[in-house]
Design a protein around this ligand. Structure first.
Ligand code: MN3
Length: 194
């Protein structure tokens, strides 16, 4: 049903990712920023339904833009929360995921170096993504801008590192690189493998 998306609950508390991501950042990021994307997506979907009803598509360009931005914002964050776990629970990847990482990047360190560099280099707001490319049966990295640009369609994001300033600025200020380097202490590789 259109306009019925909800903010997902986290599997951990707002302070669970300390000291790498602070509780205040997590609370604002989840309850305010992510909620904003959910609301934006719901509003845009309802407006599209109203446009269908009335047959008036004069605003379609703006509505499709809003669906792309807020929909990507909602689903990127839903993925991002699941991609992280409390640092005490961290485990290196293993099994099929590790084999695929070695095949496509040479090693886990190579993947972290490449994706970390991509995330640090995003101009302005965006994401570093690890994606599965079904067409080429391989893992690859993408540096997404905003929520929805610089993607390769039909690839499936399996991990995202949010590098919007709202994700790190309270604790790291301008030091995005330090935040990205620390993010690897929180990676939930089991979730990525799923
Ligand atoms: Mn964010």
């Amino acid at each position: 049903m259109a306009g019925n998306h909800k903010l997902p609950e986290l599997n951990y508390s707002y302070d669970a990712l300390e000291p790498f991501i602070d509780a205040q950042t997590m609370e604002l990021h989840h309850s305010k920023h992510h909620q904003g994307y959910v609301n934006g997506l719901n509003n845009a979907e309802k407006a599209l339904a109203a446009a269908r009803e009335s047959g008036d598509y004069s605003n379609i360009q703006q509505l499709e833009r809003l669906v792309a931005f807020h929909g990507s914002g909602h689903f990127n964050h839903s993925l991002f929360w699941q991609n992280m776990l409390p640092p005490d629970n961290y485990k290196d990847p293993s099994g099929d995921l590790l084999q695929q990482i070695k095949k496509d990047f040479g090693s886990l360190d190579n993947l972290k170096a490449q994706l970390g560099a991509a995330a640090k280099a995003v101009e302005g707001s965006g994401w570093g993504f690890l994606v599965w490319q079904p067409g080429g049966e391989q893992l690859m990295t993408l540096a997404g801008e905003n929520q929805q640009k610089q993607t390769q369609f039909t690839t499936i994001p399996i991990m995202g590192i949010d590098v919007w300033e709202h994700a790190y600025y309270l604790k790291y200020q301008n030091r995005r690189a330090e935040y990205v380097d620390n993010w690897w202490n929180l990676t939930n590789w089991e979730n990525v493998a799923e």
